[in-house]
Design a protein around this ligand. Sequence first.
Ligand code: SF4
Length: 358
Amino acid sequence: MDIARDSALALVQWYEENKRDLPWRRTGDPYEIWISEIMLQQTRIETVIDYFLRFRDALPSLKDLADCPEDRLLKLWEGLGYYSRVRNMQKCARYLADHGRDNLPASYEELLKLPGIGPYTAGAVSSIAFGIPRPAVDGNVLRVLARLFAVQEDIRSTAVKRTMEDTINRCYAGNPDLCADSSFVSSFTQGLMELGALVCIPNGIPRCAQCPWGSVCLARAQDAVDTIPFRSASKERRVIPMTVFIVYDGLRITLQRRPEKGLLAGLYEFPHTEGHLDAEESRKYLQRSGISAVHMEALQDRKHVFTHLVWDLKVWLVQAAHIPDSVPAVPLAEFPDYALPAAFDEYRKAAMSRIVVC
Ligand code: SF4
């Protein structure tokens, strides 16, 4: 499996002619490129753009990120999910600041040593920002190369990923004159990603007629673009039924902080319990905390899907005469300022619209 020199050049040319105008492509700043790469993991480009601009404007330098209070940081990330990403970014920023650096190092090996930076991020930042010829194999790149070489194996396997990385490394090693130009390396990495996003697409039929590799692609030649890549079925997610209580009185609304470790660590949430409770069961449950419901309204049921589990949410908006001091709650006026995970943020919006009316 080798990428021919002509194919590498065709990809870079295609990228230069077709790349989307994205905010992180207007900069050479490794810090900004790093932010975009972390945000783009697990999140669509369309969603990332606004988050990226907001985050970059709020924290324009590595030092700003290192110094940012946790609540503000989580608020900036609110809705993007996978919050360990931004916590690890801050750990990394603090580590670099403690070692007297004001930006990321121009070295794949040094990047790889930093907290929260694995081979993919190290490859992406070093190749895109610094033109260092290292592979960055994400889902888009796996799909494109699996089709180019008609790879039949499971693209979830580590062996296939390694093979793709080796293929890119060989392409770089075989073309030192091209790699001497840092913009070639940067465009090659981004070209692979962009081809996967725009042409060799994950859902639907790939646009082979527009592809710079259309004449050399083995999956296309074998009429196998709909069966390649092969991806084994993922494990079934555990479903957890939960009842959530959004309780407010004239002054406060129930909100508590999640533990410092584990899923959605350190974010705020509404109190909840496992299982689905009807209105009567919910009243009794709340009374155990000293809350007497004056009015209860069922909000829309939702399922929130995580990587390994699903929260099956039943939600009660509860007007109470009084929330006891022993129950974690925040002033109603400050309610919008807290960072809530996406699973609860929709309910915050629903609650706010109703509480204002009351
Ligand atoms: S020719 Fe088609 S299947 Fe092959 S890499 Fe291009 S878009 Fe993907």
